[in-house]
Design a protein around this ligand. Structure first.
Ligand code: NAD
Length: 504
């Protein structure tokens, strides 16, 4: 068995084997995926390119651990203690995890640090759920009848992840599955597999038994598709693009596995004329540029009320011009590079398309050129004005630091514009009028609505989508229940009403 290399991620290439059945495979002589830095092209890490046979082996390991191993049979208090040890070890290794996350994603280090802290909190919260989970008892059905509704672990859970929050999005799934007593096969993004593999080593150190969590790195077609097709996987929890979500749904059609789909988004940030405009300005900037704009809940569409639009947009454009682009390890940096060259080209083509559909670029739009950015996949923070509902960029995920601006007259128009895309993941609104806040929040067709805040949350609060943003919920009690099956057990005190009294 070869463990992951424990070396300074800033100076050496990290090499990882697959993590199956409690240990790391040797990675020598295996087809590999090399991750290069989005900042300067430096070689960062080498992951094994897992294939069908590897994935089948990992599923079999998780299956054995579920059907015969101790984890689903361990008391929920013991499972909770293990999850708390995982959280402690994540905190003890926080610097290393955050550095790897920043290296591989290009997100500013302070955001990676908060991802690690948030991930540890999710393990702690899930431990609490494990401790307190219980079923229902029904004693009033009939005098001679008692029934229980119990929650059991759903089985082997597959988890397929994107590249924008590699550790945090895994932590929105895995601790909840483990708390419920499931076993897992994790497939991280081929661009950002480092922290999932590091977490595997932490799980082992915390006492998670062999086979309970397996990590298979590789491409979607070689690993993800096998998880979708497998009848030995009971549940598949996916986070990624809507197009891939549809492919997974189709591939799993021959099985009866449960799916949870956390897909794309195109959130509106609605600013009413009675908002605290300083708060709204800060929130609109954060919504657009947080995590390099590579965020499923990015507030990528500003909807601003006519009566304040001129002054608000003027302040916004000036502020966006001061957003700092550069090395994500520099504490001054607000926006780092795009994840890879192809994605940079996609973002740039969206900017060009928005312009060709009548949008006006008020700030940014180009590629920064200075010593810090010359060899990376950088794009300037960009604001495009006058983007109407007919422009593709009003509807499509850009997934970069690009904000479109559209004006509205009143609340009815704001709601109609916010709901006009096929997505329904999240939305934010800024107003000091409580009646307006509540009535607009209720009419937005999205899984999360923030009022006078944005991209907020806590482990207790479920997240998930409506419409093409998917279904299923992560975090909170709802997120735990996703990984459970409901079983009804009904007991009679002897059978008084015989179905066959003439025979029995
Ligand atoms: P993606 O859909 O390209 O890839 C996601 C994962 O699916 C990767 O691990 C990939 O290897 C795998 N995959 C690709 N093809 C597959 C196939 N045919 N079968 C099985 N697996 C396959 O997404 P991405 O580019 O990594 O991430 C960006 C997308 O993720 C955006 O659309 C974003 O909105 C979405 N996202 C959603 C949420 C949410 O909570 N709803 C959170 C973060 C990101």
């Amino acid at each position: 068995m070869q463990t992951s290399t424990v070396i300074d991620p800033a100076t050496a290439v990290r090499r990882y084997g697959l993590f199956i059945d409690g240990g790391f495979d040797a990675s020598d002589d295996r087809p590999a995926i090399t991750r290069h830095s989005p900042v300067d092209g430096r070689e960062l890490a080498v992951f094994t390119a897992g294939d069908r046979a590897d994935t089948v082996r990992a599923i079999a390991s998780a299956r054995r651990a579920f059907d015969h191993g101790p984890w689903p049979r361990t008391s929920s208090m013991d499972r909770a203690r293990t999850l708390l040890r995982v959280a402690d070890l994540m905190r003890a290794n926080a610097d290393r995890l955050a550095r790897i996350e920043t290296e591989e994603t290009g997100k500013p280090l302070r955001y990676a640090e908060s991802d690690v802290a948030g991930s540890a909190e999710l393990f702690e919260y899930a431990a609490g759920l494990a401790m307190s989970s219980h079923g229902e008892a029904h004693t009033g059905l009939a005098e001679d009848c008692t029934a229980m509704v119990v929650r059991e672990p759903a089985g082997v859970a597959a988890m397929i992840l994107p590249w924008n929050f590699p550790l945090l999005l895994l932590a929105q799934k895995l601790p909840f599955a483990l708390a419920a007593g499931c076993t897992a096969v994790v497939k991280p993004s081929e661009f950002t597999s480092g922290t999932a593999l590091e977490l595997a080593a932490i799980l082992t150190a915390a006492g998670v038994p062999d086979g309970v969590v397996n990590v298979v790195t590789g491409y979607g077609a070689d690993v993800g598709a096998v998880l979708a097709e497998s009848a030995d996987v009971d549940l598949l929890s996916f986070t990624g693009s809507t197009a891939t979500g549809h492919a997974i749904t189709a591939a799993s059609a021959g099985t009866a596995k449960r799916l949870s789909m956390e897909l794309g988004g195109k959130a509106a940030n609605i600013v009413f004329d009675d908002a605290d405009l300083d708060d709204a300005l800060d929130g609109v900037l954060f919504g657009a540029f947080f995590n390099n704009g590579e965020c499923c809940v990015a507030g990528s569409r500003l909807l601003v009320q006519d009566s304040i639009a001129d002054t608000f947009v003027e302040r916004l454009v000036a502020a966006a011009g001061r957003v700092r682009v550069g090395d994500p390890f520099d504490s001054e940096t607000d926006v780092g590079p795009m994840i890879h060259a192809g994605h940079l080209e996609k973002v740039r083509s969206h900017i060009a398309s928005a312009e060709s559909h009548g949008g006006r670029i008020a700030v940014g739009g180009g590629v920064p050129r200075d010593a810090a950015t010359e060899s990376g996949h950088f794009v300037e923070p960009t604001i495009v004005l006058d983007v109407t509902e007919s422009a593709p960029e009003f509807h499509q995920e850009i997934f970069g630091p690009v904000l479109t601006v559209t004006r509205f007259a009143d609340a009815a128009e704001a709601i109609a514009l916010a709901n006009a895309t096929e997505y329904g993941l999240s939305g934010s609104l800024w107003t000091k009028n409580i009646d307006r806040a509540l009535s607009v929040a209720k009419k937005l067709r999205s899984g999360r609505v923030w009022v006078n805040t944005t991209i907020d949350g806590g482990p207790q609060l479920p997240a998930g989508g409506m419409k093409q943003s998917g279904y299923g919920r992560e975090m909170g009690i709802a997120g735990f229940e996703e990984f459970t099956e409901v079983k009804t057990i009904q007991i009679r005190e002897g059978k008084r009403n015989k179905a066959f009294p003439h025979i029995v």
